[in-house]
Design a protein around this ligand. Structure first.
Ligand code: ZN
Length: 474
């Protein structure tokens, strides 16, 4: 019995020893394997919104071995949206598992931009209120913040304030000066350079004042200076006005009184018959003004809403002369009395607009017309004598533009006029100012240009101009 028990014990030891040894070896090996480690560069990161996110880098180790390539990364960063983002880094080594996180804050630190419309320093008339000129607030992240702008008034400053959703604040300032630093503007009617011949009467063409703050300053203008048109010389008329903030303006008009020209050769007298017209008179006046040229308008009866054109002709220094009220040959050339009745009517109409009585006339059809024979034989011989007896100066022409129906282009008008010009005579050019006479309108500037470039001067007909007349044919 005793021997059998001992034998059994030995058997157990024989089996147990290798198991124990293997267990010990396995435990030792397991104990030697280390848990992996992950190291992150910049584990906490802040980046501006709308920039790009780039992995800052990491390393993983286990048992002195680089196992970075075994790291699994999950998570995303939306750099277009403000917020906190987490990126997970995981590494497994045998049975061991390690995890690390990176925290990324996407933030906005850029303040909104406020743009002011108008000046940043504004002058407002005293006693007036400032009217907002407008503004706009734009943010890199929140976009349009205009409606969130708050305006605070402090003394003479306006503070425009706005904050974006990240509490970035912007303040811009507009300075308001309640003072008037602008001088009134005086505008002269008529030319600022007037030429009068000895004996011509000077009549103030008028002026108008505009001001940023004050109204009705025109009546406060002081006009000083005199023109003695009986004495050759250069005269200055001075216009002065002061607004309620003491801003002053002064303007001068020069009036030259000269001798009646003895030699009128080389002078071009541009004359326009049958106006005014709503379609071309204004443009004719614009061209004459730009070119600094005076002309003569032989006017007829017209709608009262065109009176302002007659007024402009007069105020801009041209001669407003008389043509006819009715321009009706059958009536006016019937008798002397018919003629003068018609002439008186247009004379009165012009006088009521310009305030001046004209004694410069042109017969409808010219003094050489033969159409009057149909109504009264010899009437032109009578009339040409009678108008002079009554103190009128009548003017025919020696150059015809052909614009009363003969031409078909502005080029023809131009050619007709320039081929008729001569520096050895006075040139009285017949043109027409009736509705839609665009041929003449479009040729006018070139005619003036030609005249200026070829040694001619331009003048208007005055009572001192010697008459240019045709041979009477009836
Ligand atoms: Zn006519």
């Amino acid at each position: 019995m005793k021997v059998g028990k001992r034998k059994n014990k030995l058997k157990i030891i024989k089996i147990a020893t290798p198991i124990l040894m293997i267990t010990c070896i396995v435990t030792f090996i397991i104990c030697m394997i280390q848990t992996p480690k992950i190291e992150l560069i910049d584990p906490e990161l802040t980046i501006p919104v709308a920039t790009s996110y780039e992995e800052p880098g990491y390393q993983a180790y286990a048992n002195n071995q680089d196992i970075s390539d075994r790291v699994k990364i999950t998570g995303q960063v939306n750099t277009e949206k403000i917020g906190t983002y987490i990126i997970n880094y995981e590494a497994t080594y045998f049975l061991f598992h390690t995890k690390k996180i990176r925290i990324i804050e996407v933030i906005d630190e850029i303040p909104p931009i406020i743009e002011l419309m108008g000046e940043k320093e504004v002058f407002v008339c005293p006693n007036n209120t400032y009217e907002e000129l407008g503004y706009q607030a734009i943010d890199n992240y929140d976009k349009d913040l205009t409606s969130k702008v708050k305006i605070k008034e402090k003394k003479n400053e306006l503070h425009y304030e706005v904050e974006d959703s990240s509490k970035n604040k912007t303040v811009v300032t507009r300075i308001i000066h309640y003072e008037d630093k602008e001088s009134p503007k005086i505008e002269l009617k008529g030319s600022s350079n007037i030429t009068l011949y000895l004996g011509d009467k000077y009549k103030e063409p008028g002026y108008e004042v505009t001001d940023n703050c004050d109204k009705n300053l025109t009546s406060k203008v002081t006009v000083s200076g005199n023109v003695n048109s009986d004495k050759i010389g250069t005269y200055k008329i001075t216009y002065q006005v002061t607004d309620s903030s003491n801003n002053q303006s002064t303007l001068t008009r020069t009036v030259v009184v000269t001798n009646i020209p003895q030699n009128e050769n080389g002078i071009i007298y541009l004359t326009f018959d049958d106006g005014p017209s709503s379609t071309i008179t204004g443009s004719i006046l614009d061209i004459l003004k730009q070119e600094g040229v005076s002309a003569t308008f032989f006017v007829i009866n017209h709608d009262d809403n065109l009176n302002n054109l007659i007024k402009r002709e007069y105020e801009e220094g041209h001669t407003v002369a008389l043509h006819s009220y009715s321009h009706n040959y059958a009536n006016i050339y019937q008798s002397t009395s018919n003629y003068f009745e018609d002439l008186e009517k247009i004379k009165e109409k012009v006088r009521s607009i310009t305030g001046e009585t004209s004694n410069i006339i042109r017969f409808p059809g010219g003094s050489s017309n033969t159409i009057s024979k149909r109504y009264n034989i010899g009437i032109m011989s009578e009339l040409t004598k009678e108008v002079v007896n009554r103190g009128y100066h009548y003017f025919d022409w020696n150059i015809s533009s052909g614009d009363a129906g003969e031409v078909h282009s502005s080029e023809e008008v131009y050619q007709n006029v320039i081929t008729g010009l001569s520096r050895h005579k006075k040139n009285v050019v017949l043109m027409h100012d009736f509705e839609k006479n665009y041929y003449t309108l479009n040729a006018l500037r070139d005619i003036i240009k030609y005249g200026k470039e070829n040694g001619y001067t331009f003048a208007k007909i005055t009572p001192n101009t010697s008459m240019v007349t045709h041979r009477v044919a009836n």
